[in-house]
Design a binder for this molecule. Structure first.
Ligand code: PNS
Length: 168
């Protein structure tokens, strides 16, 4: 059987347990999986690129078939350059579908050879997003169980206790 390389692109600001769940599912399907972090986000990220990559490398260490890389510009160009066949994306709820479908079809228009494969994370993570994790951490709420412990530690360090207390 042909070896399938999939690319899981995203902002990962920061990586959550929902992302990890999807990565694990991806490793069960594809021979190799590249988690590709978008270099230039439209909004100022909480974690800079090096931090996002470092956290991803740390939490994906259990899976030897996973590589963490960085990309810039059009995703399809990067997928072509890495000679991958598949783009992996997660769909949590129907609300994700419209945006994901639009992206998948636009990517297909630009590069018909590349297939987008959607996987659903465990239902426990269907409400989880990096944006909410950042907001909860900033406002002093508990993020336990939402992100890996290594990310939780970094989030705590990023949002100083004083700022959290101020927010309460
Ligand atoms: O984690 P996110 O923010 O939902 O990931 C979005 C991402 C990085 C997959 C998307 O913004 C993307 O592919 N950006 C690269 C630029 C690109 O190719 N744009 C055209 C998409 S049709």
């Amino acid at each position: 059987m042909k070896s399938i390389l999939a690319i899981y692109p995203g902002s990962f600001d920061p990586v959550t347990n929902g992302h990890l769940d999807l990565i694990e599912r991806g490793t069960n399907i594809f021979h190799r999986l590249i988690v590709a972090v978008l270099r230039n986000l439209e909004k100022e990220p909480l974690f800079d690129l090096a931090e996002r990559v470092e956290m991803l490398r740390e939490v994906t260490r259990p899976w030897p078939s996973v590589e963490v890389d960085v990309f810039d510009g059009l995703l399809v160009n990067y997928v072509r350059q890495r000679k991958a066949q598949v783009i992996l994306r997660g769909i949590r709820a129907i609300s994700d579908y419209e945006y994901e479908l639009q992206m998948a079809l636009m990517n297909r228009k630009m590069e018909p050879q590349i297939e987008t494969v959607f996987l659903m994370p465990a239902a426990t993570y269907s409400y989880l997003s990096s944006r909410l994790v950042r907001e909860i951490a900033r406002l002093g709420g508990s993020i336990q169980g939402l992100v890996p412990p290594a990310v939780e530690r970094r989030l705590r360090a990023k949002v100083p206790q004083a700022a959290r207390e101020e927010a309460i």
